[in-house]
Ligand binder design. Structure first.
Ligand SMILES: Nc1ccn([C@H]2C[C@H](O)[C@@H](COP(=O)(O)OP(=O)(O)OP(=O)(O)O)O2)c(=O)n1
Length: 136
C-alpha cells in the first residue's frame, strides 16, 4: 500500500480498538494501568522533544527535516497519541467526545473577536447582517 495515496480517515475508535487488541493479544492488559500508561506517554513526549532539542526554531511544515527525521517524528507523535488513546480508554473516557466538548468550552472562554461594521453585509438591520471574516 502506498501510504502517501491513502486518504482514508483514521478514527480514534479504530486506534482505541487496535490498542485494545494489541494489549489483549500479548496479555499486557495488566501492565496497561492508568498510571503506567501516563508515565509511558510522558516518556514518549520526552522522545518527541528530543527531535526538536537544540534545533533552534523549526518552521511550519519542518522543511529542513531530512526524510528519516520526518519518519521518526511521525513515530514519536504516534507513540504519544497511541498511549493517550489507550490511557483515555482504560480511564473510561470517550476521548473524541471529550475533545469536541473541550473545543466548545475553549470557544466560550476565548471568544473570537467581533468583526467591524465595515465588514458586514445584509442591510441596515444589524441582527440580519452576515459577518465576513477577512481571512475567508
Ligand atoms: N507495554 C507496552 C509497550 C509498548 N507499547 C506500544 C505503544 C507505543 O506505540 C510503542 C512504544 O514502544 P517502545 O516502548 O518500544 O518505545 P519506542 O517505540 O519509542 O522505542 P524506543 O524507546 O526504543 O525508541 O509500543 C504498548 O502499547 N505497551
Amino acid at each position: 500500500m502506498n501510504m502517501g495515496e491513502d486518504k482514508e480517515m483514521v478514527s480514534l475508535e479504530t486506534l482505541r480498538k487496535k490498542m485494545d487488541d494489541f494489549a489483549k493479544a500479548r496479555d499486557w492488559e495488566k501492565y496497561h494501568s492508568p498510571r503506567n500508561l501516563l508515565l509511558a506517554m510522558v516518556g514518549e513526549v520526552g522522545e518527541l522533544s528530543e527531535i526538536f532539542q537544540w534545533k533552534g526554531e523549526v518552521t511550519k511544515g519542518c522543511p529542513d527535516f531530512k526524510e528519516e527525521e520526518k519518519i521518526h517524528l511521525g513515530e514519536e507523535l504516534s507513540d504519544v497519541l497511541l498511549y493517550l488513546v489507550r490511557l483515555s480508554d482504560v480511564c473510561g473516557v470517550d476521548l473524541g467526545k471529550a475533545a469536541l466538548r473541550k473545543i466548545e468550552l475553549n470557544a466560550i472562554k476565548y471568544p473570537a473577536p467581533k468583526q467591524t461594521n465595515d465588514h458586514c453585509v445584509g442591510g441596515e438591520d444589524s441582527s440580519n447582517k452576515i459577518k465576513l471574516n477577512e481571512e475567508n
